[in-house]
Design a protein around this ligand. Sequence first.
Ligand code: FHN
Length: 419
Amino acid sequence: MKQSVEAIPVARSQRDGAQADPRLAWWREARFGMFIHWGLYALLAGRWKGESVPGIGEWIMHRARIPVAEYELLAAEFNPIRFDAAEWVSLAKRAGQKYIVITSKHHDGFCLFDSAVSDYDIIDATPFGRDPLRELADECARQEVRLGFYYSQTQDWHHPDGNGNDWDYDESQQDFGRYLETYVRPQVRELLTNYGPIGLIWFDTPKIISSAQSRELVDLVHELQPDCLVSGRVGNTMGDYASAGDNVIPDGRVDLDWETPATINDTWGFKADDHNWKPAGELIQKLVDIVSKGGNYLLNVGPTAEGVIPESSVERLLAVGDWMQVNGESVYGTVAGPLQGLDGCRCTAKDDLVFLHVFDWPSGGRLEVPWQAAPVHTAFLLADDKRTPLSVENRGVSVVISVPQRAPDPVDTVIVLKQ
Ligand code: FHN
């Protein structure tokens, strides 16, 4: 089934052949990235004044209507002494993730970087005295992982002219244009000037931003770093690639550059009592499902206030990495495969290879899939170093492959087909 392009808020540039844009080549090759939501909310970990606050952790200020003057005090306690950029980047690498996107400023307004236009940043307002984005930028350069910055361009519950805080501010008195001009643009300039080459800026929740304002942000990013990509959530159908909803996987193939941002449990920012961790096998199948439809998977971790990525996330990412170690060829740089809409099976493709991802292993030692293209000459298990050929019967409308009785990999066994 082919998903209509309208099902995803579409970056307009995608409508006119942008899929050939070489600026996205690394991003298309990557297919799998690490999202990091980290900020003062990690200190609260989902609780305010002894009460558990429902909803996603990074929204606690909004959910509990915490006054700016009280929330700000958290900064003095934020001292993530266990933060180790090398460890985070190497975890992403071991998981098979080729890019990292970290919250430079989320909706709570706290800046995880040293900003000249704000004192509400990690250098000026916390005892930590280090700039994590600087350390991550250096480490990503060293370990050859692309780095991107999430930046909340519209919602800012701390800034008097930012959008979204109706408990401290009278929104009718706010000047959003002034906020963009005197705060957002200078900060975007800092992010794109002080940290070396940046892979992408991940704007989010456009809400009230106008078309002209989105356009100006896109232009600013491209003026400062022409190769830096802009997420579709800059708003008003702009940006270099489209974004599906959070944790949303389209029903079928989408012929755009698009990405699904997703959580491992239910929150983005750390929440101590969110234990709803998806099993590693589910994460692998989601990754494959997304890639088989032409998208990227940006999978989130929410480190603690001490700077530690929760062990439950680490374990799962390492398990995904083990699978990628064996099967990465069927993911990196692939496109949506020719077989779509099959139950229990997904399909990716690259050059002259078609990868069948079998989630539900057939009984009886034979796998039959619809096939009307040029006959399949060779089939083998991607995990088989010897590439022992599996016998293949081309039936005109389908192909039948003789397979082991038991699934070699109960999560996803990849069969390579060559015509
Ligand atoms: O409001 C944010 C949310 O906190 C989180 O950052 C996600 C990630 O995609 N984006 C927004 C909701 O869509």
